[in-house]
Structures are given as structure tokens and as C-alpha cells.
Write a protein that binds this ligand. Structure first.
Ligand SMILES: [Mg+2]
Length: 176
């Protein structure tokens, strides 16, 4: 089973956040988390902003150009969405479900919401693959016995060969 992270893998959180905050920096110029870029020593402000956002922020988050490719890969090997709704905003829970309903209504039943620290609890074997942009999540997943594949959205956006290598890696883990 392939577990697809949403923010930073299927959903362009950085671009969506910048747009919501009326910041004109291109998302490709931010190599990591937008919270580090905008609030480097003040993550509390970031989380405060996020808690104040209404459901429409999550519903209207922008997919990446390559998101349909990743969904196709998921359909080929079997997948779930595995997303963290963050800290303390119920609007993120419903907003993420509505994002899937908007873009992939046929897959709404595949949404699993879990805090990042709990994602690894889903691992049953090394054929359970997590595709995620947070190294800490990948490490915990591997420590729990799963297969972790780190994902870099900027590389995926810029280099088709990077997407090919991710796809081949996941196909080969799934078929062993
Ligand atoms: Mg993520």
C-alpha cells in the first residue's frame, strides 16, 4: 500500500500559504517549509495564522502540476491519502476531505488523517510505502518496518527524470 502525504506531495502548501498571505515570492524559491522561510524563529506565529484560517484555505489549496501522475501511480499500486491536519483547527480536517472531494471524489474513502507523530502506526510490512516531504516522518516510518521514500516537490516540478525515479522506486518496492 502506498501512503501519499498531502501537503508538500499532492498539495502545494507553500504556494497556497503565500497566496493566502498575499506574499509574492514564487513557491519554487522556498526550498523547505514556508514556515521556516517566513517565520524562521517564530513558528508560533505560523501556527497561530494557520489556526485562524477558515476551511476555504484547505479546500482551495493548489495541486501541483504532477499531482495527477502521483494519483495514477497510487491507483496502479493501491493507495491512501495520509495527511496531518495539524494542531487544533477542525477546519483543516473537513477542508482536507473537501479538497479530495473537489479533485478526486472517487477516492474520498481513501483519506486517513493522523498527526505526523502517529503516521508510522499504520505500518504493517515493508511493502507499506510512505511518500512524504518530511524526513522525520520517513525515518519513523522506516524504523517501524515500512519503506520510506522522501519527496522533493521542487525537483519533481523541475525534472521529469526525478518523477520517473520516484515512480520506478515505488513500483519496484510494491512488486517485490
Ligand atoms: Mg508533507
Amino acid at each position: 500500500m502506498l501512503y501519499l502525504d498531502m501537503d508538500g506531495v499532492l498539495v502545494n502548501f507553500n504556494e497556497s500559504y503565500l497566496k493566502y498571505m498575499n506574499i509574492e515570492t514564487p513557491w519554487q524559491d522556498i526550498p523547505g517549509l514556508v514556515s521556516d522561510y517566513m517565520h524562521s524563529n517564530d513558528t508560533e506565529t505560523f501556527w497561530k495564522n494557520l489556526r485562524s484560517f477558515k476551511e476555504d484555505f484547505w479546500v482551495n489549496m493548489l495541486p501541483y502540476s504532477f499531482t495527477p501522475e502521483l494519483i495514477k501511480l497510487g491507483e496502479a499500486v493501491g493507495f491512501r491519502f495520509l495527511s496531518s491536519p495539524g494542531k487544533g483547527n477542525p477546519a483543516a480536517y473537513s477542508g482536507k476531505a473537501k479538497w479530495i472531494e473537489k479533485h478526486y471524489p472517487q477516492h474520498l474513502d481513501k483519506l486517513i488523517l493522523a498527526q505526523s507523530s502517529d503516521k508510522h502506526l499504520l505500518v504493517k510490512s515493508d511493502k507499506d510505502i510512505l511518500l512524504d516531504d518530511t524526513t522525520h516522518n520517513i525515518t519513523k516510518w522506516i524504523d517501524a518496518g515500512g519503506s520510506g521514500v522522501f519527496f522533493d516537490a521542487i525537483k519533481a516540478h523541475n525534472y521529469p527524470y526525478y518523477r520517473v525515479s520516484i515512480t520506478e522506486n515505488i513500483m519496484s518496492i510494491s512488486s517485490r
